[in-house]
Design a protein around this ligand. Structure first.
Ligand SMILES: [Zn+2]
Length: 142
């Protein structure tokens, strides 16, 4: 998806069409389906503390960028003059995220290994007891 078409509506429809930026001036909100095609609905409230919609004729821009960090796709793009401009920093941001996830995975793995060691120690007690008993029985039988 590389372009988006603005459509002025009173109410944002329940199901959105791909490639359409629905704009409700009455409810000061805009909504569209994530430009990556994942199907997630992106709601951008239009207010000074949220998003600003700039209209030039039939072309629209949204500021700031759309960062769908809460969605699985984690896409990041701008809507500029009806165009989807993908963030050049997306790759770097994604790499940082993957590295962070790896770091957390590693930390979790170490934690699990330590926990396994602890439970292993606990499990080793009855095992060594049985081994010990086995050795005693064996000695008795000999
Ligand atoms: Zn997406």
């Amino acid at each position: 998806m590389s372009t988006i078409r603005p459509e002025l509506v009173e109410f944002i429809p329940q199901s959105l069409a791909t490639g359409v930026l629905y704009i409700s001036e009455r409810y000061r909100t805009a909504s569209h389906l994530c430009a990556c095609g994942c199907g997630e609905k992106v709601v951008t409230p239009l207010s000074p503390s949220n998003w600003r919609l700039v209209r030039q004729g039939d072309r629209v821009s949204l500021y700031p960028s759309i960062g769908n960090w809460n969605y699985a796709c984690r896409s990041h793009y701008w809507i500029k003059n009806n165009k989807i401009v993908w963030s050049g920093q997306m790759a770097a941001a994604r790499i940082a995220q993957v590295q962070e996830r790896d770091r957390l995975d590693k930390a979790r793995e170490i934690e699990q290994r330590n926990r396994a060691k602890l439970t292993g120690k606990n499990a080793a007690k009855p095992l060594s007891l049985w081994t010990h008993l086995g050795a005693v029985i064996k000695r008795l039988l000999d």
